[in-house]
Design a protein around this ligand. Structure first.
Ligand code: HGY
Ligand code: MN
Ligand code: MN
Length: 423
């Protein structure tokens, strides 16, 4: 069978109804309490979602393999089996109060690309791989983008396996328990390019009435974990001057994070999304506290300055309150730029499809951050309602989903050297 690299016919579009139905089917797994999802990494719900994704990929004629971090790779063969594959994908795990589209659109959008190529009998010279990266959210097992970080050599497999959740369960034992610990060495697989479709998770595209975000890069992010040591004491009998109140320290450090972010406007952001007090009892002065901090900026030196200000400010706070303090940095990703060639292919695909588009820097972290260390990478974004995400109210339209998937389809077809149609 002769295959010309004629490329994918310009009028081919994804099946928007099938894509939306798949998103809604997947959303039934690990439901939240307000219409979104709570499908945290390595829970039974995550396992169920993975099984559904694997079934769909096998039904689409793909060969599915799993690596030692549980990353799933569904491969559609190309005509040249020696050619490096083009990879598309994202993540199926969600935040505890997550939406139905953050990550999921990129995985099922990739599946829809393959389904559409199958519908039209289009072959591609390069294999196409649809990936699901384990534990992108880093909520149950910090940090974020964990498995793609191991894949890119940012974390060791042993370090990742040893991460524990709040119940003290390790990543390795939970991965084993849900039956998704694969054999493929992590990072052994090489790609020609990686393209990730993702909702913006911010307000820009919708506010400007733009269909497609051509993602040129991503802002940097740092996580700090501040552990405070005071003295647990009776809330009634202990005079104020005698207290070593770790809860008060945590409150002041939360405010410090906000002040530091506000001093680097308009781009810097910062919050303390998780605070644990011990013994966490109304009538006991908190004896210890853990404050988990997330700060971000598109500018590397501003991010470093913010971290220094928080470290310095926290030292002053704990000195005044007579607390012990340890600060760890479980996560740091410098600001990144995506591959100019891949970004141009995304931009051309969006233009050829007639979508309104604009360059945008990602404010959220994504697996593409780490993939860009080991392969040329780019991202495509679609709007989301009011920019809401990491919230069960996260919402997109099927039109936005289809637009993003169409740009993904034509980008992948170009990168994989899709040949002509055969039926
Ligand atoms: O935290 C992030 O930026 C990503 O949504 N996990
Ligand atoms: Mn995501
Ligand atoms: Mn997320």
């Amino acid at each position: 069978m002769l295959t010309r690299e004629a490329g994918l016919a310009a009028d081919v579009r994804v099946n928007d109804v099938r894509l939306w139905d798949s998103l809604m089917e997947m959303a039934k797994i690990g439901p939240g309490v307000a219409g979104g999802n709570n499908r945290q990494a390595l829970t039974d719900a995550d396992g169920e979602a993975r099984a559904l994704f694997r079934r769909w990929c096998e039904e689409a004629g793909m060969q599915v393999t799993v690596d030692q971090m549980g990353d799933i790779f569904a491969c559609r063969p190309g005509t040249d089996s020696d050619a490096e594959a083009v990879c598309v994908g994202s993540h199926l795990d969600t935040q505890p109060a997550g939406g139905r589209f953050d990550g999921i659109l990129g995985v099922l959008g990739g599946l829809e690309v393959v389904r559409t190529l199958n519908d039209h009998g289009v072959t591609s010279r390069r294999p196409i791989v649809v990936a699901n990266w384990t534990n992108e959210e880093g909520s149950r097992f910090p940090p974020v983008m964990m498995a793609s970080g191991v894949f890119a050599g940012v974390h060791s497999l042993e370090w990742a396996y040893a991460r524990k959740d709040e119940q003290g369960k390790s990543f390795a034992e939970e991965l084993e328990r849900i039956g998704w610990k694969g054999a493929e060495p992590v990072g052994s697989r090489k790609f020609k390019a990686y393209v990730e479709l993702h909702i913006e998770q911010g307000p820009v595209l919708e506010a400007e009435g733009i269909d497609i975000g051509v993602v040129t890069g991503g802002q940097g992010l740092t996580w700090l974990r501040v552990s405070l040591q005071g003295t647990s004491a009776h809330a009634g009998t202990t005079p104020m001057w005698r207290r070593k109140d770790a809860g008060l320290g945590a409150a002041r450090i939360m405010d410090l994070v906000h002040q530091v972010a506000m001093s680097h406007q308009p781009h810097a952001v910062g919050t303390a999304g998780r605070v644990e007090l011990c013994p966490n009892s109304t009538n006991s002065v908190p004896g210890s506290a853990e404050v988990a901090i997330d700060i971000r900026s598109p500018n590397a030196s501003v991010l470093a300055e913010m971290e220094a200000s928080i470290r310095g400010g926290a030292e002053a706070i704990v000195a005044k309150l007579g607390l012990g303090c340890e600060i760890a940095r479980p996560q740091h990703a410098a600001p990144i730029l995506f591959d100019a060639g891949c970004v141009a292919t995304v931009r051309e695909a969006a233009a050829s499809l007639g979508y309104s588009r604009r360059d945008i820097v990602s404010s959220a972290g994504h697996d593409a951050y780490w993939l860009s260390r080991v392969t040329p990478a780019a991202m495509i974004m679609c709007p989301c309602v009011d920019g809401i995400s990491h919230n069960e109210a996260e919402e997109i339209s099927s039109v936005w989903a289809a637009a993003g998937a169409n740009v993904l389809l034509h980008t992948v077809a170009k990168l994989a050297s899709a040949a002509d149609h055969h039926n």
